[in-house]
Design a protein around this ligand. Sequence first.
Ligand SMILES: [Zn+2]
Length: 141
Amino acid sequence: MIVFDLKCSNNHVFEAWFKNSQAFNEQREQGLLSCPVCGDCHIEKALSPIKVKRASSQTGDGIISQEAVAQMVRTFYKKVVESSEDVGTRFAAEALKMHYGVVEPRSIRGVATDEEEKMLKDEGVEFFRIPVPTKKEDKAN
Ligand SMILES: [Zn+2]
């Protein structure tokens, strides 16, 4: 794609996209080009430089691929794992001890049963449940 800065006889400058330079000439000769401001059909190329954009530069804003999301989750999980202590099935007990000041607060992770989770919530302990990647594939080796 190629973009031209065009100008009508009333000096209105506007941008228009064309497949190539020839397409511009054809549309101009057929009178298909008109000024978006005044509708004038006497269109000339303005003197400003021609900008050519490659298709690869036309990615939209604010969109990320599914793989990027997966990567984010992996990175997040890795960080959590690296910065927390694995207390395994003692999670509920350790969380309660911290909650009541028996031990110093620290980052822990582990597993809890539904009953334990309910108990922690009843006690007012704040925690997050995150999906833990299974290690079934590792064990298969
Ligand atoms: Zn015009």
